[in-house]
Design a protein around this ligand. Structure first.
Ligand SMILES: O=c1[nH]c(=O)c2ncn([C@@H]3O[C@H](COP(=O)(O)OP(=O)(O)OP(=O)(O)O)[C@@H](O)[C@H]3O)c2[nH]1
Ligand SMILES: [Mg+2]
Length: 196
């Protein structure tokens, strides 16, 4: 059977690389960067609304291209001591405070535990309602270790490992990550749908 083509609407090359590694055998993942408004609120609602805007824009910009769906994905880093913050605002916290600041925020707390959350929405066309899939990986926040090539990877130590996301090899990260756990659900959903 021919691989389905889905458009991953993202401006983040690292995210795209990981998604292609995770889904590449099953899906043909192409990317398209669309400047979408930054919404606020609960992660599922942010993701659904972003997906609805994205699919409309993709249908306009890529009309004539045969695509089987559109994906958007948001990543949160949630500190348990802070009731889940910075959460979806991690991009701005990382940008303004760096790895050091992201550690210092927890200085007054014993609890350094956190979870990485991937909120993924998939929709076939603008006539449909997006399906949302959540993938979570628990761990803790540590002083930065490993290559500084992707976001907050150097300060996230996943539970059960003595290496940060940045220190783990890509295959290992992609077999336990929040992103893997969300995309795994999307792949099962698509597989079930195909056999209907
Ligand atoms: O260490 C990391 N390991 C990861 O696995 C990971 N996934 C995302 N991020 C970073 O966390 C923020 C989320 O923001 P985000 O989801 O809105 O992404 P983005 O705005 O860069 O892309 P997109 O919204 O165009 O897809 C951004 O700073 C991303 O660089 C990660 N950092
Ligand atoms: Mg973003």
């Amino acid at each position: 059977m021919q691989k389905r083509t889905v458009v991953f609407v993202t401006g983040n090359a690292n995210k795209l690389r990981e998604v292609q590694q995770i889904c590449g055998e099953t899906l043909n993942v192409i990317s398209h960067s669309v400047d979408l408004p930054e919404l606020q609120g609960e992660v599922e609602d942010i993701s659904k609304e972003k997906c609805k805007l994205a699919v409309k824009e993709i249908e306009r910009e890529l009309s004539g291209t045969s695509i089987d769906g559109v994906i958007v994905e948001d990543t949160s880093l949630c500190y348990n001591a802070l009731g889940g913050l910075p959460g979806p605002y991690i991009k701005w916290f990382l940008d303004k405070t760096g790895h050091d600041g992201l550690n210092k925020i927890l200085a007054g707390y014993e609890d350094k535990s956190a979870y990485a959350l991937c909120t993924l929405s998939f929709v076939k066309s603008s006539k449909d309602e997006p399906n949302v899939f959540l993938g979570k990986t628990h761990g803790k926040i540590v002083p930065a270790r490993g290559p500084n090539s992707f976001g907050w990877d150097p300060i996230f130590l996943p539970d059960g490992f003595d290496k940060t996301y940045a220190e783990l090899d890509k295959d290992t990260k992609n077999s336990i990550s929040h992103r893997y756990r969300a995309f795994e659900q999307l792949l099962s959903f698509l597989q079930i749908e195909q056999t209907k």
